[in-house]
Design a protein around this ligand. Structure first.
Ligand SMILES: [Zn+2]
Length: 186
């Protein structure tokens, strides 16, 4: 059975057994929070549990490294939509220790893409067109700096509603312990 078939089969049982019932809630975050965090597998259940976040409590935006690097990309758009249409009021940027984005250089990703069959010519074409593929795929030197840069990008965004609190933290992917890097104040 393929991974997808397994998921589809499980899903049928999930629906038939009405296992969704404990999760029913609205689209508005009860705690009025937006959380920008990493896509790391260790945080899927740990982060909500460690923060006492339940289904319906927060808007969760996940990117590699909890990094938002483009002020007019889809991650920042999600933050703005959460703060307006979805009535969130406060943003937490939560990077984590041992993140795969620490020390990652875009050229490493590019060589793996080549190994996976992406033609070198395509990558060269992008470079010639002025798209800095290597830099775009970069991680960060230190996760703390990555978090603070993301906090700064959100906080300084020209479309951020005034008085929005934007905090920066890290989480330990083993214990769930939070470390506060930046506590925003009005
Ligand atoms: Zn990570």
């Amino acid at each position: 059975m393929s991974r997808l078939e397994e998921i589809m089969g499980y899903n049928r049982q999930f629906i038939e057994g009405k296992e969704y019932e404990p999760f029913i809630t609205s689209k508005y975050p009860n705690k009025k929070l937006v959380i920008v965090t990493c896509m790391d597998t260790r945080l899927i259940e740990l982060l909500p549990k460690a923060l006492h976040i339940k289904n319906g409590d927060a808007k969760m935006i996940k990117t590699a490294g909890a990094l938002i690097t483009h002020p007019f990309g889809s991650a920042m758009k999600s933050v703005l939509v959460a703060l307006t249409m979805l009535k969130a009021e406060e943003v937490l940027v939560i990077g984590h220790l041992e993140c795969g984005m620490i020390g990652l250089h875009g050229d490493q990703v590019v060589s793996q893409l080549e190994e996976k069959g992406v033609a070198k010519e395509k990558i060269e074409t992008l470079r010639h067109a002025g798209i800095d593929v290597d830099h775009w795929l970069d991680g960060c030197d230190q996760i703390e700096q990555g978090v603070l840069d993301t906090v700064k990008l959100i906080k300084n965004h020209p479309l951020l509603p005034p008085n929005t609190l934007v905090h920066g933290l890290t989480i330990d992917p083993k214990t769930g312990e939070l470390t506060l890097l930046h506590q925003d104040q009005l």
